[in-house]
Design a protein. Structure first.
Length: 373
């Protein structure tokens, strides 16, 4: 793990001299041999499904005798001490800039989870950074950049572009591509960039990170050059299942419903509403407004090898990150005790590790263009 920057309440991080190559196999190496004992390459493959279509599952007869995974084999790095002046609660650290606005931790364990889910989504999107028809961007804004892994990968792949990542937490590495920089910034506040970008990107922001999508799209429109694009890659926290293997009364579905209730009681929103967001894009003045739905599997049940690998990453991220995603929302929003949370989380993990349950996260990709003239 690269050295983290010093703590700042606000400001800009411009760092160069790459030491950790983004997009490398470092995260993949965190999967233990036990977790990969079932070599995905030795299992049957299937054609890539069209966006939004059901994912074909491996024949249950080809599965090994057990129906789950060893949780120890799916864990990533444990918590490390923090050098930041962060809020600490439930044994986790949370951002200090605009304290309390983001309900998910920002510690090393959560950073690992974010990077693992980056790989899961990248595989789901057919190894693409974005879906919008952009060929040679020169200015890119990554809103809610998190660990900065997407911004750094894009900066490496588009060396002619200047990439800016903004986030509430200064958790990005100190060694980044020379054409990338990071700023501590609240995306809900007024942006001060001017029309300097030809691509504005978000992923995994949802309603609990962006309070007003109309305001977001207004800001994006003003920050884009004529002909530039905005793209949202967002997941729906409610689990999908096309073959009935996830019962309606499952603990996973119960968790998703309760998580949404807790988020709403905290004054935020858990669900994504693509049709509404598409109209909000149009209302601001965007053209070529487009929507595509993908499915990010949880577990190695897909027959398609690419999606099987995506599912393994997604499962690892969920097993190691579910407690962090849950604790603050359930305690502050619903009044649950930590013991009650632990019981429900354990049940959800057990279901997600069951290879006979074929579930996924719906992924909503929306993109639109600012008129060229």
């Amino acid at each position: 793990m690269a050295q983290r920057p010093e703590s700042h309440d606000s400001g800009v991080f411009t760092l160069s001299d790459v030491s950790d190559q983004p997009g490398s196999s470092a995260r993949e190496a965190s999967i233990s041999p036990q977790a990969e004992a079932r070599d995905p390459e030795q299992l049957p493959d299937a054609a890539d499904p069209l966006p939004g279509q059901p994912i074909e599952a491996i024949d249950s007869q080809s599965e090994s005798g057990d129906s789950g995974y060893d949780e120890k084999s799916l864990s990533t790095a444990s918590l490390r001490s923090s050098i930041f002046d962060y809020e600490h609660e439930f044994g986790r650290s949370y951002h200090s800039f605009r304290r309390g606005k983001y309900v998910i931790p920002n510690d090393e364990r959560e950073q690992d989870r974010m990077d693992i889910h980056y790989h899961a989504l990248r595989l789901t999107l057919e190894n693409k950074h974005f879906i919008a028809p952009i060929e040679s961007p020169t200015g890119i804004l990554d809103v809610g950049t998190g660990t900065g892994i997407w911004a750094m990968d894009v900066a490496d792949d588009f060396p002619g572009a200047h990439v800016v990542g903004i986030d509430l937490s200064p958790i990005q590495p100190t060694a980044v591509p020379p054409n990338a920089e990071f700023q501590i910034m609240d995306a809900d506040e007024e942006w001060d960039f001017g029309p300097r970008f030809d691509f504005v990107h978000t992923r995994f922001m949802g309603g609990f990170c962006v309070k007003s999508w109309p305001h977001f799209y207004e800001q994006a429109f003003q920050s884009l050059q004529p002909g530039g694009w905005v793209e949202n890659q967002e997941f729906d926290v409610h689990f999908g299942c096309d073959d009935g293997t996830l019962p309606a009364n499952s603990s996973a579905n119960q968790w998703a419903e309760l998580w949404g209730q807790g988020i709403r009681k905290l004054g935020l929103e858990s669900r994504m509403f693509p049709e509404r967001m598409l109209q909000q894009m149009r209302d601001v003045g965007f053209i070529n407004v487009t929507y595509k739905e993908y499915k990010m599997p949880i577990g190695e049940w897909p027959k398609n090898k690419r999606l099987r690998k995506s599912g393994l990453f997604n499962l690892i991220g969920m097993i190691d990150g579910l407690s962090g995603l849950t604790v603050k929302t359930f305690t502050h929003g619903l009044g649950w005790s930590e013991e009650e949370i632990e019981i429900l989380v354990a049940k959800v993990k057990s279901e997600l590790q069951n290879r006979r349950i074929h579930t996924y996260f719906p992924i909503h990709v929306l993109y639109a263009q600012k008129p060229p003239t």
